[in-house]
Design a protein around this ligand. Structure first.
Ligand code: SF4
Length: 195
Protein backbone atom coordinates (compact mmCIF):
# COMPACT_ATOMS: atom_id res chain seq x y z
CA UNK A 1 0.00 0.00 0.00
CA UNK A 2 2.82 2.36 0.80
CA UNK A 3 4.33 1.70 -2.60
CA UNK A 4 1.00 2.76 -4.10
CA UNK A 5 0.90 5.90 -1.96
CA UNK A 6 -2.05 4.53 0.04
CA UNK A 7 -2.81 4.61 3.74
CA UNK A 8 -4.53 1.73 5.47
CA UNK A 9 -7.42 2.15 7.86
CA UNK A 10 -7.80 -1.53 8.62
CA UNK A 11 -8.95 -2.69 12.00
CA UNK A 12 -6.21 -4.98 13.35
CA UNK A 13 -7.37 -8.60 13.42
CA UNK A 14 -6.86 -8.71 17.20
CA UNK A 15 -8.68 -5.40 17.81
CA UNK A 16 -11.78 -6.83 19.52
CA UNK A 17 -10.06 -9.64 21.37
CA UNK A 18 -7.31 -7.31 22.60
CA UNK A 19 -9.92 -5.49 24.70
CA UNK A 20 -10.95 -8.63 26.59
CA UNK A 21 -9.73 -9.31 30.12
CA UNK A 22 -8.54 -12.77 29.05
CA UNK A 23 -6.22 -11.24 26.45
CA UNK A 24 -4.98 -8.51 28.75
CA UNK A 25 -4.22 -11.02 31.52
CA UNK A 26 -2.38 -13.41 29.22
CA UNK A 27 1.24 -13.06 30.34
CA UNK A 28 2.51 -15.20 27.49
CA UNK A 29 1.65 -12.51 24.96
CA UNK A 30 4.26 -10.11 23.72
CA UNK A 31 1.62 -7.35 23.78
CA UNK A 32 1.48 -7.68 27.56
CA UNK A 33 5.22 -7.41 28.14
CA UNK A 34 7.07 -4.14 28.65
CA UNK A 35 9.39 -3.25 25.81
CA UNK A 36 12.61 -1.31 26.10
CA UNK A 37 12.97 0.36 22.73
CA UNK A 38 16.43 1.80 23.33
CA UNK A 39 18.06 -1.48 24.20
CA UNK A 40 15.60 -3.71 22.33
CA UNK A 41 14.47 -6.18 24.97
CA UNK A 42 11.21 -7.23 26.61
CA UNK A 43 10.51 -7.65 30.32
CA UNK A 44 8.29 -10.54 31.37
CA UNK A 45 5.95 -11.05 34.30
CA UNK A 46 8.86 -12.48 36.32
CA UNK A 47 10.96 -9.35 35.65
CA UNK A 48 13.39 -11.18 33.42
CA UNK A 49 14.74 -9.80 30.16
CA UNK A 50 13.92 -11.41 26.85
CA UNK A 51 16.98 -10.59 24.82
CA UNK A 52 17.31 -10.34 21.05
CA UNK A 53 19.33 -13.34 19.89
CA UNK A 54 18.91 -13.23 16.13
CA UNK A 55 16.52 -13.06 13.23
CA UNK A 56 14.95 -15.49 10.81
CA UNK A 57 12.94 -15.11 7.63
CA UNK A 58 9.56 -16.79 7.40
CA UNK A 59 7.53 -17.38 4.29
CA UNK A 60 3.73 -17.29 4.51
CA UNK A 61 1.38 -19.51 2.49
CA UNK A 62 0.98 -16.66 0.03
CA UNK A 63 4.74 -16.36 -0.38
CA UNK A 64 5.16 -13.19 1.68
CA UNK A 65 8.56 -13.04 3.36
CA UNK A 66 8.75 -11.56 6.84
CA UNK A 67 11.70 -11.10 9.11
CA UNK A 68 11.17 -12.27 12.67
CA UNK A 69 13.34 -11.12 15.56
CA UNK A 70 13.94 -13.86 18.10
CA UNK A 71 13.93 -12.90 21.76
CA UNK A 72 14.87 -15.48 24.39
CA UNK A 73 14.43 -15.16 28.12
CA UNK A 74 17.63 -14.81 30.11
CA UNK A 75 16.48 -17.29 32.75
CA UNK A 76 13.21 -19.17 33.07
CA UNK A 77 14.49 -21.63 35.68
CA UNK A 78 12.17 -22.02 38.64
CA UNK A 79 9.77 -19.39 37.38
CA UNK A 80 6.39 -19.65 39.13
CA UNK A 81 4.58 -18.33 35.99
CA UNK A 82 6.05 -20.85 33.60
CA UNK A 83 2.92 -22.90 32.94
CA UNK A 84 0.99 -19.73 32.07
CA UNK A 85 3.79 -18.18 30.07
CA UNK A 86 5.10 -21.04 27.93
CA UNK A 87 2.43 -22.48 25.70
CA UNK A 88 2.55 -25.43 23.34
CA UNK A 89 1.76 -28.60 25.20
CA UNK A 90 2.88 -30.85 22.33
CA UNK A 91 6.54 -30.05 22.88
CA UNK A 92 8.72 -33.07 23.76
CA UNK A 93 10.94 -31.07 26.12
CA UNK A 94 9.53 -31.05 29.69
CA UNK A 95 8.20 -27.67 30.80
CA UNK A 96 10.89 -27.34 33.51
CA UNK A 97 13.60 -27.39 30.84
CA UNK A 98 11.92 -25.00 28.46
CA UNK A 99 12.77 -21.33 27.95
CA UNK A 100 10.42 -18.65 26.73
CA UNK A 101 10.98 -17.48 23.18
CA UNK A 102 9.23 -14.72 21.25
CA UNK A 103 9.26 -14.37 17.49
CA UNK A 104 8.40 -10.78 16.67
CA UNK A 105 8.08 -9.12 13.30
CA UNK A 106 9.18 -5.57 14.02
CA UNK A 107 7.73 -4.35 10.75
CA UNK A 108 4.34 -5.93 11.47
CA UNK A 109 4.36 -4.51 14.98
CA UNK A 110 5.19 -1.04 13.69
CA UNK A 111 2.56 -1.14 10.92
CA UNK A 112 -0.13 -2.48 13.25
CA UNK A 113 0.58 0.30 15.78
CA UNK A 114 0.41 2.97 13.05
CA UNK A 115 -2.82 1.48 11.73
CA UNK A 116 -4.39 1.34 15.18
CA UNK A 117 -3.51 4.99 15.75
CA UNK A 118 -5.09 5.96 12.41
CA UNK A 119 -8.36 4.08 12.88
CA UNK A 120 -8.92 5.78 16.23
CA UNK A 121 -8.69 9.28 14.77
CA UNK A 122 -11.88 11.09 13.72
CA UNK A 123 -11.06 10.43 10.07
CA UNK A 124 -10.48 6.75 10.82
CA UNK A 125 -13.77 6.47 12.68
CA UNK A 126 -15.63 8.16 9.84
CA UNK A 127 -14.07 5.87 7.23
CA UNK A 128 -14.85 2.78 9.29
CA UNK A 129 -18.43 3.87 9.83
CA UNK A 130 -18.86 4.55 6.11
CA UNK A 131 -17.31 1.25 5.20
CA UNK A 132 -19.79 -0.61 7.36
CA UNK A 133 -22.71 1.41 5.96
CA UNK A 134 -21.68 1.63 2.34
CA UNK A 135 -19.75 -1.54 1.57
CA UNK A 136 -21.57 -3.97 3.81
CA UNK A 137 -24.90 -2.21 3.19
CA UNK A 138 -24.63 -2.81 -0.55
CA UNK A 139 -24.85 -6.57 -0.04
CA UNK A 140 -27.89 -6.13 2.18
CA UNK A 141 -29.59 -3.87 -0.36
CA UNK A 142 -28.90 -6.23 -3.24
CA UNK A 143 -30.05 -9.29 -1.37
CA UNK A 144 -32.91 -7.98 0.70
CA UNK A 145 -34.24 -4.85 -1.03
CA UNK A 146 -33.62 -5.92 -4.62
CA UNK A 147 -34.34 -9.57 -3.89
CA UNK A 148 -31.15 -10.84 -5.52
CA UNK A 149 -30.58 -14.34 -4.19
CA UNK A 150 -28.70 -16.18 -6.92
CA UNK A 151 -27.11 -15.65 -10.30
CA UNK A 152 -29.28 -16.57 -13.23
CA UNK A 153 -26.33 -17.24 -15.57
CA UNK A 154 -23.42 -19.63 -15.54
CA UNK A 155 -19.80 -19.04 -16.50
CA UNK A 156 -17.52 -16.32 -15.20
CA UNK A 157 -18.09 -13.93 -18.11
CA UNK A 158 -21.86 -14.16 -17.75
CA UNK A 159 -21.70 -13.82 -13.98
CA UNK A 160 -19.49 -10.77 -14.44
CA UNK A 161 -22.01 -9.26 -16.87
CA UNK A 162 -24.84 -9.94 -14.43
CA UNK A 163 -22.83 -8.39 -11.60
CA UNK A 164 -22.18 -5.26 -13.68
CA UNK A 165 -25.93 -4.92 -14.37
CA UNK A 166 -26.65 -5.30 -10.66
CA UNK A 167 -24.01 -2.72 -9.81
CA UNK A 168 -25.49 -0.31 -12.36
CA UNK A 169 -28.97 -0.75 -10.91
CA UNK A 170 -27.62 -0.31 -7.40
CA UNK A 171 -25.73 2.85 -8.35
CA UNK A 172 -28.74 4.37 -10.10
CA UNK A 173 -30.77 3.71 -6.95
CA UNK A 174 -28.06 5.27 -4.84
CA UNK A 175 -27.79 8.32 -7.08
CA UNK A 176 -31.57 8.74 -6.98
CA UNK A 177 -31.52 8.64 -3.18
CA UNK A 178 -28.67 11.15 -3.09
CA UNK A 179 -30.49 13.56 -5.38
CA UNK A 180 -33.63 13.23 -3.27
CA UNK A 181 -31.64 13.77 -0.08
CA UNK A 182 -29.61 16.66 -1.62
CA UNK A 183 -26.38 14.84 -0.90
CA UNK A 184 -24.80 14.82 -4.36
CA UNK A 185 -21.07 15.56 -4.40
CA UNK A 186 -20.54 13.97 -0.99
CA UNK A 187 -19.07 10.53 -0.58
CA UNK A 188 -19.00 10.03 3.15
CA UNK A 189 -21.71 10.17 5.77
CA UNK A 190 -20.74 12.43 8.65
CA UNK A 191 -19.90 10.99 12.03
CA UNK A 192 -22.74 11.44 14.45
CA UNK A 193 -21.43 13.24 17.50
CA UNK A 194 -22.95 12.27 20.80
CA UNK A 195 -23.94 15.27 22.93
S1 SF4 B 1 8.62 -18.38 32.01
FE1 SF4 B 1 10.40 -17.12 31.60
S2 SF4 B 1 9.62 -15.47 30.33
FE2 SF4 B 1 7.87 -16.42 31.29
S3 SF4 B 1 7.49 -15.24 33.10
FE3 SF4 B 1 8.79 -16.92 33.67
S4 SF4 B 1 10.86 -16.14 33.52
FE4 SF4 B 1 9.55 -14.77 32.43
Amino acid sequence: MEDNGQLSFIKPSNYEISKTRKFQNDISRVENMDYNEEEDFYICKNNKKLILTGTKTEKSKTGYLSEKSIYICENCNGCPYKAECIKGRNCNTPLEERTKQLNVSKKFKEKRAEDLERILTEEGQQLRMNRSIQAEGSFGELKQDMGFRRYLCRGSQNVLAESVLLALAHNINKLHNKIQGERTGTHLFKLKKSA
